[in-house]
Design a protein around this ligand. Sequence first.
Ligand code: ASN
Ligand code: ZN
Length: 332
Amino acid sequence: SEQVHTGSGTGQYNGTVTVGSTLSGSTYQLIDGDRAGQRTYDLNQGTSGTGTLFADDNDVWGDGTPGNRQTAGVDVAFGAAATWDYFKDVYGRNGIRNDGVAAYSRAHYGNNYVNAFWSDDCFCMTYGDGSGNANPLTSLDVAAHEMSHGVTSATADLTYAGESGGLNEATSDIFAAAVEFHAGLTADVPDYLVGEKIDINGDGTPLRYMDKPSKDGSSHDYWSPALGGVDVHYSSGPANHFFYLLSEGSGTKTVNGVTYDSPTYDGQAVTGIGIGNAAAIWYRALTTYMTSSTNYAGARTATLQAAADLFGAYSPTYLTVADAWAGINVGN
Ligand code: ASN
Ligand code: ZN
């Protein structure tokens, strides 16, 4: 017989957290019985299949170092759980497809693989160990970003090219931030940075900045007619910037010890409405109004409709949504 447990794990990025486990015979397995049986596998450097389920004798997992194979399992199992909980607790969404089915996660993909990815085909998550294996791609924001690609596929299905591709990428960054804030980890302080834990640049800087996307050297801060020809990880910039402005407002602000400085197009002033309200507007826009071909102008319309539904047409919050789009040069 199998029993649902709550084990204790120590990840490299998330600190010591609970992980859902199931006792099978005398061995615990990373099967999260509280979340539709979400499973976490060790690919053991393979690149296909599921490898082996993480298993343990005493339900104490990982030690916080990348040398312990379970450490990555702890971080990705927690990331999957925190993402499940975010969509369930905040929106009543029952899994990535809202059908109660759990995705599974696979850690230790390939050799020196510096990426992580969602697949609609396997309905699963995959994580590399990174270059040199000191910094696996297993942080909470990476997990939430990738799994949110599954939510986008199951809803608006924004085409992954051109402006809709930038909006697809931004949707994943937006929910990555929202999941961090919802989880509220001490070891991973909630922020508007993407990939700040995985040191992918080797100099301690994050992958992306939502307050001023151009800080990464490639992302755009504002919409322009050229945006549709930009890589989707950079054309996400203006929408990430919109989301930051809507959440926290324009100018300088310190949140959880991180100081942001968010400029706006033409000096447009924006007053933040809080990340919870901003994310609720984006979620409703994504799941109710956006389609595969939605562009930046269409995203403005979709979020205004969502804001009208949630807060009232021409309410202060609705008008702030318009201000935030003006702040990135949409709808001026
Ligand atoms: N990690 C990448 C991303 O989610 C994978 C990809 O290129 N789609 O953006
Ligand atoms: Zn992505």
